[in-house]
Ligand binder design. Structure first.
Ligand code: ARG
Length: 263
């Protein structure tokens, strides 16, 4: 849904080009050569990740991801809910393929959006949906407010979604996944300047790019050790060298989410 467009300084473009060239020489994954999932990963299933939800319009068209955290509660991004009303959306669980008809479809009885949310680049990009129908799938656990160790630079994180498999590509019919390293606040700040709000966000991706979430993956999980630690939020393009993906730092919002999960 949301894509950050900005003019990049020439130096950054040159650095990106140099990094891409270095990556090609090293034979690391390149988004251009092999447009893949989530950009640069592998196909998977909702059997492997039963908490992975599609968020769709009332006709079943997927536009964001979400994570089941209780039988009737789904964590997603606030920006996914911009302009939406509960009656216009559905949550679909147990459906690996966008064109599938299997799984469980639920209506939404309530949309809670962090009251401080204005725009993904200002932070607070978290929402909790309450479902009308319980999902018969095992929910994910999510980080507590004190579990900030998951954001240590270099930590391996898993991303999931049906989003586009290259920056201007099309969505993946099958759920995809990849792993990316958590990026330090310092590096992320150098990439994004004041749009990076360290208290509310965490970045993940390779310096050389090539693996990332992309449009349509928003709202979906960033998992560390199988625990929900982030929410796909925004980025400059997708999988570009020097521009990691930006995720909601869920530990910051954990208590707010728990209040909604228990409501
Ligand atoms: N905002 C996008 C969405 O709504 C997700 C973008 C993630 N971008 C990135 N480079 N990681 O689907």
């Amino acid at each position: 849904m949301f894509e950050l467009h900005r003019a990049r300084p020439v130096a950054a473009v040159m650095a990106a080009t140099a990094a891409a060239a270095a990556t090609a020489l090293l034979g690391a994954p390149t988004a251009e050569a092999v447009p893949q999932p989530v950009v640069g990963g592998t196909t998977t299933t909702t059997t492997a990740y039963p908490f992975m939800m599609q968020i769709t319009d009332s006709s079943g068209n997927q536009f964001c991801g979400g994570t089941l955290v209780a039988a009737k509660k789904v964590v997603t991004a606030a920006h996914c809910m911009a302009g939406e009303t509960a009656s216009r959306i559905r949550v679909v669980g147990g459906r690996t393929y966008l064109n599938g008809t299997d799984g469980t479809v639920s209506k939404v009885s309530k949309i809670w959006v962090d009251p401080d949310y204005t725009d993904a680049t200002n932070g607070d990009d978290v929402a909790v949906l309450t479902l009308s129908t319980s999902m018969p799938y095992t929910p994910a656990s999510y980080v507590s407010s004190s579990q900030t160790g998951v954001y240590a630079a270099g930590t391996t994180a898993r991303i999931l979604g049906w989003g586009t498999t290259s920056e201007n590509g099309s969505s993946s019919n099958q759920l995809r996944t990849a792993t990316v390293p958590v990026v330090s606040d310092t590096s992320c700040r150098s990439a994004y300047g004041s749009d990076y709000v360290a208290s509310d966000m965490v970045c993940a991706g390779y310096t050389s790019g090539g693996v990332d979430t992309c449009q349509g993956d928003s709202g979906g999980p960033l998992l560390v050790g199988g625990v929900l630690a982030g929410i796909t939020s925004w980025g400059e393009g997708c999988a570009e060298a020097g521009y990691p993906g930006v995720y909601t730092r869920l530990a910051t919002f954990s208590d707010l989410v728990t209040a909604q999960v228990q409501s």
